[in-house]
Structure formats: C-alpha cells, structure tokens
Design a protein. Sequence first.
Length: 229
Amino acid sequence: MSLPSNVHVSSHPLLHAKLSQLRSASTSTRETRDLVHEIATILGVEAFAAGWKVKTSGTDHTPLGIDYETKDIDPSDIAIVPILRSGLGMVEALNNLLPTSVPIYHLGLFRERLTLQPVEYYNNLPFHRPTATSSRNTAAASTAILLDPIIATGATAEAAIQLLREWGVQRVVMLSVLGSEAGMQRAAGTWPEGVEVWTGAVDRECNERGMIVPGLGDIGDRLFVAIGK
C-alpha cells in the first residue's frame, strides 16, 4: 500500500504481537486496556525518538554531591489531547513517558450514525491571554500529542487536526493503534507540513458502517464495557 511520507507504521515485533492479541474477540476488558496502554507506550517511544531533541534545563547534584546538567525535551510546551472517549485509553502511557507532567486537554467528537461525519460536542482547548507583546490569544501549547486508538474513515482525525491547527499549535503528532489505508491518507493530508501520524498497523479498508476490517471492533466499547449500547 502507498502511504504519505508523514505516516509512520511501526515495525516493532512486540507491538505486532500485542496487536494480534488485541484483535481477538475473546480478549477481556482488562486485557484490552492493558494492551492499548502497552501499544501506546511503544508508539510513544518511537514517535519521541524521531525529530525530538534534548536541551539543558539547569543543574542538579547526584547523591555523591557531584553537579550535573539536567536535561529536558524540546519542545517542552506540549499538550496531550485525547479524542473522547477511546483516546483516554492511551493517555496514561504517553503521560508516563514524558519526563515532566504536561497539560491534558480533551476533544469530544462522535461520528453521526448515518453520514459517518464527525460532530463536536466538547472542546476545552485553552488560550494564553493577550500580553504586552501580543494582543491576541495564543494556543497554550506549540505541540499537541493527539490520541485516538482508531483512525477508520479519517473524518474524526481530520476534524481534530483542523481544530488544533485553528487553536494555533505548530505541530500535531497523532498516535493510533490501528488505521485504515484511506483513513491514514486523509488524516496525514489534512495538514501535511504540520502533522505526523504514528500507527501500529494499517488495515486495507472499512466496511459500510465505517468500521475497519478486520480491525478491532468498537474499541471505545471494549475499553469501557459499553457493549450493546
């Protein structure tokens, strides 16, 4: 399959073994949560290893009293943005990877059942207030880590990326456990110069309900025991 250059598909053997377990209908809710967390951790390590830098942030001393330079990642003004509700299953993994706590903002988007188009129902992206050097509101982060386990049709990802771009971020790094080929192309093409998409694997297509085939089923239902809603 042909994918844009800003889509990165993991080749990690542990991730693919865990994804195979996650596909199974017999995987319990507790196991589903653990597997999504573990896959998100691997994806996060891969994403942060590419294009991120370390900067000196100050000094400290070891238990032996020896001074050393402390390190932080650049950029440091990062926000984690899960798409409700299934993106919540990836938050802890990414938050645990980062060396310091970062803000977590939420976007609520659902797919309208007939049209499969995204509908926004919640948005708590904050702005910095105007200052002496800037008379307008600015985004409270320069880089957004956008989380959604599934990129199916790509419509929800596209809407979320547009919201973050309008918010004022300079970069969006989107992590997903699984995507469809068309969904990857749509998400990555929303803002080619500002978006990176990192995913565990890509399935070829979606069915008439907009579900990835063979896919993972409704991962939100599986994460939150909402089967049969």
